[in-house]
Design a protein around this ligand. Structure first.
Ligand code: LLP
Length: 419
């Protein structure tokens, strides 16, 4: 992570001392490096330079407007899973014909919104959904461009909660039934079959599952061709992993080479939906240590960020490195880093050997740019944290910290309850 580095004893994001930002905006906050975001996007997109492709950043990883706007400027499209993400993407200026829409539970109003916006394609996840999209398109006088999300039944060897391409997962249509679904789609009046899609999981650190999924898609494409169905877009989904700890994921150009080689001369436009690999290591979470509790069995550092701000350690037992923002000591200690929430599951790290922390110290929770803020909540009526972007020697608050009033927006007490 070239843009999060220590100069002397202080952590910098590009040319700004993290401590200075914390003094100005308070804690906790997410901090992103613009230069890192740009480097990651260019490395990924550039790896496919000689291929007809569209990189559609996966909004779920981080849908903040400033980040989407930056990625749009770099040429990115968007992979969405909700009407809300479509709204954000359009607001960030992303052209609708660069937006693909996946998800097993698209609702009628979301489908209408996408049809009216003129998105590139719907990635269909069930036959029922295909029927609904056909009906909605007919109603609106549109033709819905669709791909079928194929479930290739490959094991991505990642955390079970984030693997999606196994038969037992709820995603996509299994590769055997998919052919029938395509034949059915072809007969529908308000649907245009344009693509084939898969997404097998996330934080994948091996190329084999991608290659296996692609083989299975290619086989299906040949079958489709033999019955006269021509595919224009092949969407490989996202899933490329990053280094949180010791993982050694393939570099984007190795990933690209594997896919492009397998595609060979197939006359399709390739779509990719990377999320984590673009933003994961472009963001960190800054929190302040509140209390130091040295126990007989365990030591705890209580910090001001909790599981509502960063859910990944709780939900997936995910590892995030935790580093002091200002290096003061070499003394090491084993402790749990925990938040203020009233649950034992509220931790950022467990039994972590780390540099000793004093009350008031700032800590950086690393590699939290993806699925950090986007999975945060207001649990325990905790205002959502601020987000900051650094560019060179300047920093910008891209999302203000919520205040208490924000917590009650939209709530009403029925008059009958009022005295
Ligand atoms: N496309 C589709 C259809 C997806 O479902 C996802 C992620 C992506 C693309 C982007 O995948 P990526 O390149 O980021 O791996 N909250 C979990 C990750 C859930 C991923 C869900 N789908 C986490 O924090 O690890």
């Amino acid at each position: 992570m070239h843009h999060f580095q220590y100069h002397h004893d202080e952590l910098f994001c590009e040319d700004v001392a993290v401590r200075e930002i914390a003094d100005a905006v308070g804690t906790p906050f997410y901090l992103y490096s613009r230069a890192t975001l740009e480097r990651h996007f260019r490395a990924f997109d550039g790896a496919f330079a000689n291929t007809d492709r569209l990189v559609c950043f996966s909004a779920k990883a981080n849908a903040s407007l400033a980040i989407l706007t930056l990625l749009n400027r770099l040429g990115s499209g968007l992979d969405i899973v909700s009407g809300g993400e479509l709204f954000r993407g359009l607001k960030a200026g992303i052209a609708p014909d660069k937006i693909v829409y996946s998800g097993v539970g698209k609702k009628s109003d979301e489908i209408d919104f996408a049809l009216q916006s003129g998105i590139l394609m719907f990635n269909i996840e069930s036959v029922d959904e295909l029927d609904l999209i056909n009906r909605r398109a007919g109603e609106l006088g549109k033709k819905a461009p669709i791909a079928i999300r194929v479930n290739p039944d490959v094991d991505p060897k990642t955390h079970p909660y984030i693997s999606t391409g196994l038969k037992k997962n709820k995603f996509g249509i299994d590769v055997v039934t998919a052919l029938e679904a395509y034949k059915a789609a072809r007969k529908l009046e308000n649907v245009a079959v344009v693509g084939i899609d898969c997404h097998i999981g996330s934080q994948i650190t091996d190329l084999k599952p991608f290659a296996d999924a692609l083989e299975s898609l290619k086989t299906l494409m040949h079958e489709l061709k033999s019955v006269g169905i021509d595919i224009r877009y092949l969407d490989m989904g996202g899933g490329l992993g990053i280094t949180y700890d010791q993982e050694l994921p393939p570099a984007p150009d190795e990933y690209a080479r594997a896919i492009v080689t397998a595609l060979k001369e197939l006359p399709v436009k390739l779509i990719l939906e990377p999320g984590r690999v673009i933003v994961g290591n472009a963001g960190i979470l800054i929190t302040r240590a509140l209390y130091r509790k040295m126990g007989t069995e365990k030591n705890f550092f209580v910090v001001d960020a909790g599981m509502n701000d960063l859910l990944r350690p709780t939900l997936y037992q995910a590892f995030h490195a935790i580093q002091p923002v200002v290096l003061k000591t070499d003394q090491k200690l084993t402790a749990d880093v925990v938040g203020p929430i009233c649950e034992t599951s509220d931790f950022l790290a467990r039994d972590r050997e780390m540099v000793d922390v004093r009350n008031g110290d700032l800590l950086a929770v690393m590699s939290t740019g993806a699925y950090g803020f986007s999975m945060s909540s207001n649990y325990c009526s905790r205002p959502r944290v601020a987000e900051v972007m650094v560019s060179g020697d300047r920093f910008y608050v891209i999302r203000a910290r919520q205040g208490y009033e924000d917590l009650v927006v939209g709530e009403t007490v029925p008059p009958l309850l009022e005295a």
